[in-house]
Design a protein around this ligand. Structure first.
Ligand code: CIR
Length: 255
């Protein structure tokens, strides 16, 4: 069960977020509205939500998932691979918020880079995508920290997607939503795979929160597959975040 969630409100500069989507720039006011509805959906799952202030200096800072990994033993502050995001993880309000919940806070150090969108938690094991944002050194530092706390990690090479969780979502109870390059990955054979059709690939970025699953609006096949598994589904529109390659998982830290 998750008790806590941390989010950061999008800033006006969200329109300048890094993007490869070719969908135009986000509408700031709509992004704000969608973010509010995202927080409402999270609140319905019973978690306590800490809301950080917008930060105009960092256009992508609403994607708070990337700057820390929150485990049941410790929080690890990452070192983002994207240059424009590098110092996001040092923002004092984030560190302050984490220190309210965690006695142990660890840090990824140069030359390691890692963004926690590349990390998928399955119980006490953490799959770490080696991507354009997360290098081998960063992944190895992360695994060493996890092992220090009795947790474990393994590296999954990424070829096509931005982050590991762009194409994977663990829904607990052995259920794994998989898209694109991960459908045939040997690492994930042991899970009950729910395969996301290519034309709904963005819908793979769902989040499980306390027996609810938050699903992005507009991905009916994914939504039905999750409902058929018996989960309570909360649909949230993320159209403005999709324009800058972000989705449901990216917008929060859950622990
Ligand atoms: C970026 O490129 O860093 C942002 N525009 C999107 C980050 C998405 N985060 C995530 O998948 N965890």
């Amino acid at each position: 069960m998750f008790k806590n969630v941390i989010v950061r409100v999008p800033s006006k500069s969200v329109v300048e977020g890094i993007s490869s989507a070719n969908l135009g720039k986000p509408d700031y006011n709509l992004a704000l509205k969608q973010h509010e509805l995202y927080v409402s959906a999270l609140t319905k799952t019973g978690v306590n939500v800490t809301v950080l202030e917008p930060n105009d200096e960092f256009p992508d800072s609403c994607f708070v998932e990337d700057v820390a990994l929150c485990t049941r033993k410790c929080a690890i502050i990452t070192r983002p691979g994207a240059e424009t995001r590098r110092n996001e993880s040092a923002l004092p309000d984030l560190q302050e918020a984490l220190s309210k919940f965690y006695e142990h806070i660890e840090y990824i150090k140069a030359p390691g880079t890692i963004e926690a969108g590349d990390i998928m938690m399955v119980g006490d094991h953490f799959y770490i995508g080696e991507s354009a944002r997360t290098n081998r050194e960063g992944a190895e530092q992360m695994i060493a920290i996890l092992e220090k706390y009795g947790l474990s990690g393994s590296i999954v090479p990424l070829k096509e997607v931005l982050h590991l969780k762009t194409g994977l979502a663990y829904l607990e109870n052995n259920n794994l939503l998989v898209a694109g390059e991960f459908v045939k990955s040997p690492e994930f054979e042991k899970y009950n795979k729910i395969i996301v059709p290519e034309d709904e690939a963005y819908g793979a970025n769902c989040i499980w929160v306390n027996d609810y699953v938050l699903v992005p609006e507009g991905y009916p096949t994914v939504q039905k597959a999750i409902e058929d598994l018996g989960y309570k589904v909360l649909v949230v529109d993320t159209s403005e975040f999709r324009k800058i390659d972000g989705g449901l998982s990216c917008l929060s830290l859950r622990f």
